[in-house]
Design a protein around this ligand. Structure first.
Ligand SMILES: Nc1nc2c(ncn2[C@@H]2O[C@H](COP(=O)(O)OP(=O)(O)OP(=O)(O)O)[C@@H](O)[C@H]2O)c(=O)[nH]1
Ligand SMILES: [Mg+2]
Length: 237
């Protein structure tokens, strides 16, 4: 069986190589999985692509900018029956990939979400504005509007069966892709399991813009819920 690890990367020179190398290919092999690592780059102006390739990843170039566009492309290129997603910035414990995906291998679920609020969070890993206000508020809003029960709706470390993800209609170009996936997964009744994970301080600069992306999330949810608008692309990405 094959596992595809899909990583979007925008100007992550200095950390993307370490992130790729942290994936425990040997341990995954011991549990019967071949691993392919896909890094989706689009607008990087630094050595992100070269560094990822040197570390052993297959680098894909996506013309359209944005976190969602990068994932949509990466997921369509993935050949594995199981897919793991995570940031290129060293924040997520990808070195525990073999433990993280176990519930899927054991047939317990289709979709695994990490939960950073239940794991160990390094000091400074998440700004207070996101930790105590932004993330809890957006998660609460999503769970109320879409009747889901996800604790950390913006967690970027997730895994799923390819056949399950193919049931989801994913088209958000920007960061709101993260919640579109959760909403689609609950509407399509995927069996979701949530696992506590640790979260570390980022290497390199954040690409998320707190207010702009926060607002995109709120307006995405309101438009989808009250106007049944599933293609909401304010200024595209
Ligand atoms: N290819 C591509 N990758 C992107 C783009 N925007 C963000 N990314 C990557 O997507 C991942 C998530 O972005 P981050 O800036 O880490 O956002 P975040 O994790 O919500 O915020 P932090 O907690 O500050 O790291 C990182 O690996 C980025 O390099 C983009 O436009 N294109
Ligand atoms: Mg990140």
């Amino acid at each position: 069986m094959m596992l595809s690890v899909v990583i979007p990367a925008l100007n992550e020179e200095g950390i993307v190589g370490k992130t790729v190398k942290s994936i425990p290919v040997d341990k995954l092999n011991e549990i019967g999985l071949d691993t392919e690592i896909i890094v989706v780059n689009n607008a990087s102006t630094d050595r992100t692509a070269e560094e990822a390739e040197e570390a052993g990843a297959r680098v894909i170039y996506e013309e359209k900018r944005g976190y969602g566009n990068a994932y949509i492309r990466g997921l369509s290129e993935a050949r594995g029956e199981i897919i793991l997603m995570g940031d290129a910035d060293g924040t997520y414990p990808l070195e525990k990939a073999h433990e993280f995906i176990k519930p899927i291998l054991d047939g317990e679920c289709d979709f695994i979400m990490g939960s950073r609020f239940e794991g160990e969070m390094e000091d400074g890993a998440m700004p207070a504005l996101h930790r105590y206000i932004g993330n809890p508020m957006l998660s609460k809003m999503l769970n109320i509007l879409f009747k889901s029960k996800v604790k950390d709706t913006h967690c970027g470390m997730r895994a799923f069966k390819k056949e399950a993800i193919e049931k989801l209609d994913l088209k958000s170009p920007g960061m709101e892709f993260a919640i579109e996936m959760v909403i689609e997964a609950s509407e399509k009744n995927l069996k979701i399991q949530q696992i506590p994970i640790d979260y570390r301080v980022r290497g390199g600069e954040a690409k998320l813009s707190s207010f702009k992306d926060g607002w995109r999330h709120v307006s995405y949810m309101l438009n989808r819920k009250f106007f049944n608008k599933k293609e909401y692309y304010p200024n595209s990405k």
